[in-house]
Design a protein around this ligand. Structure first.
Ligand SMILES: CC(C)(COP(=O)(O)OP(=O)(O)OC[C@H]1O[C@@H](n2cnc3c(N)ncnc32)[C@H](O)[C@@H]1OP(=O)(O)O)[C@@H](O)C(=O)NCCC(=O)NCCS
Length: 241
């Protein structure tokens, strides 16, 4: 199984909404809070760039509008191409002006997440992590502690997304087992075990002060990094239209 990952920043997102499909445009009008609207648009843009990159679709607004990312009842994002459900699974995460979208061909349950490395209270660690994870955090060197917390939290969120449940479910119902506690920018493997006995396989890496995780219900090689089609492609596609 191949898994793909694409990153986009807030400044990459076009100002107009003409790259959104009709259902998406209806939804964006309901988002009254600026931050939520910006995050939602950024996640959609990253997802559409990932699909466009894989399918060699130029970054032309009319073409991107035929790709729609709409939530299932659970909140899990689903991809529609020309109105029909596509045979791919995606997962979206956005945080502080950056979004990632992970993508894989069906059948798969997939989740990705992006977190910032930052201090948390002792209560946060006590409330949301299993005793096994708390021991790992206690044993970590002070300099590694918050990166480890970010990675464990991110891997939990990825698994909870892959389960289509998100934070409706207790974060202690999934236990993260990392192969290494520090990895730099190279991907390092993780497993996330659910209390029901399922095992999600995945990867984590650090990018600056952020941590990314991707997990799936089958083992896979580190995610293949996709690039958005360049803005030169975007301009030539617009010229050709
Ligand atoms: C999934 C969840 C844990 C992610 O929260 P987060 O870390 O703050 O945000 P992230 O940026 O990492 O991820 C958000 C994306 O997760 C995806 N997502 C949301 N619910 C999901 C679910 N049940 N399963 C899989 N993915 C989900 C969406 O694509 C969402 O982005 P979008 O709404 O812009 O499309 C959280 O949204 C959640 O628990 N949702 C389910 C419960 C819910 O709907 N609560 C209402 C708000 S309290």
């Amino acid at each position: 199984m191949h898994t793909y990952l694409l990153e986009q920043r807030e400044q990459d997102v076009p100002e107009s909404n003409d790259w959104l499909g009709a259902r998406e445009r209806d939804h964006v009008r309901t988002l009254n809070f600026l931050k939520r609207r910006a995050d939602w648009r950024l996640g959609r843009w990253a997802a559409k760039c990932a699909i466009a990159s894989l399918q060699n679709i130029p970054l032309h607004a009319d073409l991107l509008a035929t790709i729609q990312i709409c939530p299932a009842a659970s909140g899990q994002p689903e991809v529609f191409l020309h109105g029909s459900l596509a045979d791919v699974t995606i997962s979206i995460s956005h945080r502080s002006g950056l979004a990632i979208c992970a993508l894989a061909a069906n059948p798969v349950r997939l989740g990705c997440d992006l977190e910032i490395v930052e201090p948390h209270s002792a209560g946060f660690v006590a409330d949301y992590f299993t005793s096994e994870e708390q021991e790992l955090i206690e044993r970590a060197a002070t300099t590694d502690r918050w990166r480890l917390v970010a990675m464990l939290w991110s891997a939990k969120e990825s698994a909870l997304k892959a389960l289509h449940e998100g934070l409706r479910r207790d974060t202690r119902s999934v236990v993260v087992k990392p192969a290494t506690l520090s990895c730099g920018e190279a991907w390092s493997s993780i497993e996330v075990h659910s209390i029901e006995g399922e095992c999600f396989h995945g990867w984590w890496r650090e990018t600056g002060e952020r941590v990314q995780t991707v997990v799936a219900d089958a083992s896979f090689s580190p995610p293949i990094q996709l690039q958005a089609p360049s803005s030169a492609d975007q301009e030539s596609a617009i010229d050709a239209a």
